[in-house]
Design a binder for this molecule. Sequence first.
Ligand code: CP
Length: 308
Amino acid sequence: MNASRHLLDLDDADHAFIEALIARARQFKAGVPNESSRLRGRIVVGMFFEPSTRTTMSFAVAAQRLGATWLDFRAESSSLAKGESLEDTMRTIRALGADAVVVRHAEAGFPHLLARHFEGSVYNAGDGAHAHPTQGLLDAMTLAEEFGDLHGRRLVIAGDIRHSRVARSSAQAAAALGATVTLCGPPSLIPATAPGWGFAELATDLESVLPTADAVMLLRIQQERAAGDMPPPADLARSYGLTAARANALPAHAIIMHPGPVNRGLELDSALVHGARSRIERQVENGVYMRMACLERNLGAQTRTRVA
Ligand code: CP
């Protein structure tokens, strides 16, 4: 069970921890009386050093629905640009009354660094190619809504696994709930020797794994993280893109997921994005409820201590 005041990754997240968050998120989705009083008076600061639509907006909506105040920190117009240290920035944000920060950064481990300088809660909203824990949790919620118990179910995650923070967190969450996880991509983009992936199966042929999939999650090609060692996107799409023809090989009940944003026509045919099997908008919707559950868990019963 994860007792930390932060949510930095899902490395220690067990079945009970994830199931409790999903249960609470589903309560929020069904309607919780007086939800807007649950975090009244709390302040949550979004610190996004990389672009985001879904994560930043759903965290903001989640905070505001719970009655908290959401503030956007803009690095480029902050005193970081005048040379203020990260440590002093975090002490300043805490002194202003912030209870939590939600941080996205290109550098793996950046949220963990912030957590050392901040007395409140730190939520990792994506760090480099490392982790995106709330994405993993909302994906697990989407799978659990669809299938209930995930034991005996197979999630295939396909495409650019190596540069994806979503792959790790979504695979960890689904596996913790009992799903079999298959990572499928070219040998250069699957983590054959990387530590921490022992629970996952590896595959290089998408067409051979689709008939056994209950859910297939395509990943965005992460050009911004590739250091000149990426196959051309069109080549990757040719072998690992989900086309309408390939989707016909899926079992009738299987669903299609994607964390977004989608490169239509590369990892996923345009017609599949909003097709009957797609749960992409459901993932976005569930993101609000899962982030409400995550914020409430760490901030709901917290008594704020005064800074010295
Ligand atoms: N899934 C995800 O992290 O999307 P954004 O980059 O839009 O936040």
